[in-house]
Design a protein around this ligand. Structure first.
Ligand code: C2E
Ligand code: MG
Ligand code: MG
Ligand code: MG
Length: 291
């Protein structure tokens, strides 16, 4: 009996696996065609200075607008895009699209605020600078309006190559920010070895503020360290007033999170910018992402 049960559950397991495998295969094929069929879309999320109330940055966030599933988060499909080798194509599309949109906002009067683009590890190691130069040339965007967001995963394989790439970006006028800080496993020494301008405190730390003693201690320490290293600091995933108060008091005043702005499409963000800065001109955003 037990044996039978075992076999049954084994069969069930394989059947399930097949469904999962099939599902993945379908998804992979859909993902391939999504790039060609205009199903990819960029959302944007505004970053605010909690003290001045000004917009100080905009992060571009990729969405897959699937005809049946609706908007799919990159957390779900990016690992798959890496696996099937189309992540670099997707990243390049994102870069171009983000630069184009930022150029448009500049033409509408939005000065100084940088647009942040997330860079996948594969793209980072695969001619990133060339992709950037191409995107800048194609869109005419001033590189001083661009920030790269890289995770620790981009750095671990070859720190010297990483340093060269980040330095080159700096030379072009681009800023570098370290994303999801504290969630990877790399040594802290990379912070002093690499030319970063900004550090983003991961949402997983922010979430438990200000009620968890230990989490408060960790965040306060990250902020103090970033200040000591002369890095700008952005808090991710800010959802409550209490979090804002704690972060601001500790010295991090740049907030990104649902409390201030949910990621939304370009039209929606344009409307928000116009509401903030008035019709016809959004150029009163004088603060640039601190670094
Ligand atoms: P990330 O770069 O750390 O982006 C922040 C994530 O937090 C975004 O998830 C954003 O929608 C979400 N978020 C922002 N504020 C809040 C909040 O207050 N509460 C909560 N719960 N979440 C908030 P999203 O858009 O699903 O992106 C997930 C990750 O996918 C990103 O994390 C980034 O690592 C990656 N990603 C996004 N766009 C791109 C892209 O264009 N290229 C690449 N290579 N990766 C991307
Ligand atoms: Mg990011
Ligand atoms: Mg992040
Ligand atoms: Mg994160």
């Amino acid at each position: 009996k037990a044996k039978e049960g075992g076999r049954n559950s084994y069969q069930l397991y394989t059947a399930e696996m097949n469904v999962v495998a099939m599902d993945r295969l379908l998804t992979q094929n859909y993902l391939r065609s999504a790039l060609q069929q205009d199903e990819l879309e960029l959302f944007y999320q505004l970053q605010f200075d909690s003290i001045s109330g000004q917009v100080v940055g905009i992060e571009a966030l990729l969405r897959w607008n699937h005809p049946e599933l609706g908007y799919v988060s990159p957390a779900y499909f990016i690992p798959m895009a890496e696996e099937i080798g189309i992540i670099v194509d997707i990243d390049r599309w994102v870069l171009r699209q983000a630069c184009r949109q930022r150029k448009l906002w500049q033409q509408q009067g939005l000065e100084d605020v940088r647009i942040s683009v997330n860079i996948s590890a594969l793209h980072f190691r695969h001619d990133l600078i060339k992709s950037i130069q191409l995107a800048l040339k194609e869109t005419g965007l001033d590189p001083r309006l661009l920030t790269l967001e890289v995770t620790e995963g981009c750095l671990i394989e070859d720190i010297e190559q990483a340093s060269k790439t980040l330095t080159r970006a700096n030379e072009l006028g681009i800023k570098n920010s370290i994303d999801d800080f504290g969630t990877g496993f790399s040594a802290l020494s990379y912070l002093t070895q690499l030319p970063f301008d900004t550090l983003k405190i991961d949402a997983s730390f922010v979430r438990k503020l200000p009620f968890d003693q230990q989490e408060c201690q960790i965040v306060a320490t990250i902020i103090a360290m970033a200040q000591g290293l002369n890095l700008g600091i952005v808090a991710e995933g800010v959802e409550t007033r209490e979090q804002v108060d704690f972060l601001t008091k500790k010295g991090c005043s740049i907030m990104q999170g649902y409390l201030y702005c949910k990621p939304a499409n370009a039209d929606n963000i344009s409307t928000q910018l116009l509401e903030l800065y008035g019709t016809g001109s959004v150029n009163s955003a004088e603060v640039s992402l601190s670094a």
